[in-house]
Design a protein around this ligand. Structure first.
Ligand SMILES: Nc1ncnc2c1ncn2[C@@H]1O[C@H](COP(=O)(O)OP(=O)(O)OP(=O)(O)O)[C@@H](O)[C@H]1O
Length: 230
């Protein structure tokens, strides 16, 4: 009998409190699991803690109490450098703003995470960037700069960059928040097809129930706690 795989990401009674003069509780007692191959949406009213939860799941922030585990391994004991390395190898991020580097071409932007990881040769990095960009319809824009693209194209480059190091999960915070309906659907379809192809899992924050419906499962937050999705 083979042992079952641990969840891709798990939180155990995670609470994050900002230690301000009047402490602010961002999320409270969150226990959840995300399995490999899942597309999970995170919804909730403005200020309910969606982004805060995503930052904790993405190891960009540390809980005040509780534990975040990746592939069954507790991340609390890891140094900031080790967390950074784990993020680089296993996680890809897409935010509402694309955060592309203005002075780099589209191709170079996608190569940056591969360069940081330091596994592939320059030729391999170039080929992988071109292949990723080609797969999302940007083969004709490799040498352009972000300023020469439309908002939808920029966000597709951001998705390609998030995929650069073959992450196990993409964490997306309102990835279509700045896009019109058509481009929003294109980016949604790309995320959905990545999951369907078995390439990666997706955890996506959105305030839009219609977009959340693209996911396999929803986590709904109110006042920093998980509640049943309305
Ligand atoms: N640096 C901060 N100082 C004070 N309060 C903060 C800070 N960061 C977040 N908060 C508060 O924590 C709560 C959770 O914020 P968070 O951004 O996670 O919510 P959200 O659900 O993603 O909101 P939105 O949908 O508006 O982006 C909010 O009430 C917010 O005002």
């Amino acid at each position: 009998m083979t042992a079952s795989r641990p969840p891709l990401i798990e939180t155990r009674e995670v609470t994050r409190i900002l230690p301000l003069e009047v402490p602010v509780t961002l999320v409270k007692d969150i226990s959840l699991t995300v399995q490999a191959g899942e597309f999970v949406s995170v919804t909730g009213p403005s200020g309910s803690g969606k982004s805060s939860l995503l930052y904790l799941l993405g190891l960009l922030d540390r809980p005040t109490k509780g534990e975040v585990l990746v592939n069954g391994q507790p991340t609390g004991p890891l140094s900031d450098v080790a967390l950074c390395d784990l993020r680089l190898r296993k996680l890809g991020f897409v935010f509402q703003f694309h955060f592309l580097l203005a002075e780099f071409t589209v191709r170079e932007n996608v190569m940056v995470p591969m360069h940081k990881l330091g596994v592939l040769s320059l030729r391999q990095r170039t080929e992988r960037a071109e292949s990723l960009l080609g797969s999302i319809g940007l083969a004709d824009h490799l040498d352009k700069y972000p300023s020469q693209l439309s908002g939808g194209q920029r966000q597709r480059v951001a998705v390609a960059r998030a995929l650069a190091n073959e992450p196990e999960v993409i964490l997306a915070d309102e990835p279509t928040g700045n896009l019109d309906t058509k481009n929003s659907e294109v980016v949604q379809d790309i995320l959905r097809s990545l999951v369907d192809a078995g390439n990666t899992s997706v955890i996506m924050v959105t305030h839009d129930p219609a977009l959340a419906a693209h996911a396999d499962r929803n986590i709904h937050l109110v006042d920093g706690r998980i509640v049943p999705t309305p």
